[in-house]
Design a protein around this ligand. Structure first.
Ligand code: AMP
Length: 249
């Protein structure tokens, strides 16, 4: 059983985003970029399936600029067997990524595709769902537990007010939630081993996909600064302010 895992290179979650002076987007110059945290969870889950003897091969895929190779090497240091970079300098929106992944699903024929539930840079939460629709595959989003038995995946999802358990025929698409697992740290020997693992590079045109953006960003701006708080003498003063100033009661 082959597992395809999508990994996106994003602004590291510890870095405070800076907006470009012209408001055209987030400034990525000279800042640390890392694997999207939900994708680390996706790689970890795929590698655990391999360690349990359920998966036979884990293939990591990233779509984007040449340095995404580093993110793919990290995925291979975590345990992925090989990697595919769909190299593209243009901005890639979720629909374009979903189409690229669909083309790879057609050629690689994985039994499972695992993605993060969302990328922490664009916060779209769309790619997995779009991929499932384009490929005509069953999907389970926000997985907090995955069991694969007899060619079926049983996925526990976190939904409002509880847990939902779905059983999917495979091939299927799963997106990961935070509580699915705790990704392992990569060790130096595994980083060295990952350097020797195969990394294939393709262009979107090799997959016959047009990645032209469909959505235009008009402006990106910092959230307004929070004003200073005030101390009130008593509850009556608070109620008065809520009623007459904030007009919320
Ligand atoms: P999004 O829909 O943008 O929030 O992304 C959801 C998930 O889709 C991510 O966690 C990744 O697993 C996958 N994904 C999105 N963009 C890319 C990309 N450029 N390369 C590889 N995987 C991606």
């Amino acid at each position: 059983m082959k597992v395809l895992v999508a990994v996106k290179r994003v602004l590291d979650y510890n870095v405070k985003p800076r907006v470009k002076p012209d408001g055209s987007g987030v400034d990525l110059a000279g800042v640390k970029l890392s694997m999207n945290p939900f994708d680390e969870i996706a790689v970890e889950e795929a590698v655990r399936l391999k360690e349990k003897g359920i998966a036979t091969e884990v293939v990591a895929v990233s779509c984007g600029v040449t340095p995404c190779q580093e993110t793919l090497r990290t995925a291979m240091a975590m345990g992925a067997d090989r990697a595919i970079l769909v190299e593209c300098a243009e901005e890639l929106q979720p629909l374009a990524v979903a189409k690229l992944l669909k083309a790879l699903v057609d050629t690689e024929k994985p039994s499972l595709v695992i993605l993060g539930k969302q990328a922490i840079d664009d916060d779209c939460n769309q790619t997995g769902q779009m991929l499932a629709a384009l490929a005509g595959l069953p999907q389970a989003t926000f997985a907090s537990k995955v069991d694969v038995v007899d060619g079926k995946a049983t996925v526990t999802r976190e939904v409002d007010g509880g847990l939902e358990i779905l059983q999917l025929d495979m091939p299927a698409v799963i997106t990961t939630d935070l509580r699915l697992n705790e990704p392992r740290y990569v060790t130096l020997p595994n980083i060295m081993k990952a350097k020797k693992k195969p990394l294939q590079t393709l262009k979107p045109s090799d997959l016959g996909v047009d990645v032209t953006p469909r959505i235009r960003t008009l402006k990106v701006e910092e959230p307004p600064r929070r004003g200073a708080g005030v101390k009130l003498a008593d509850v009556a003063a608070l109620v008065d302010k809520l009623k007459n100033e904030a007009k919320v009661i």
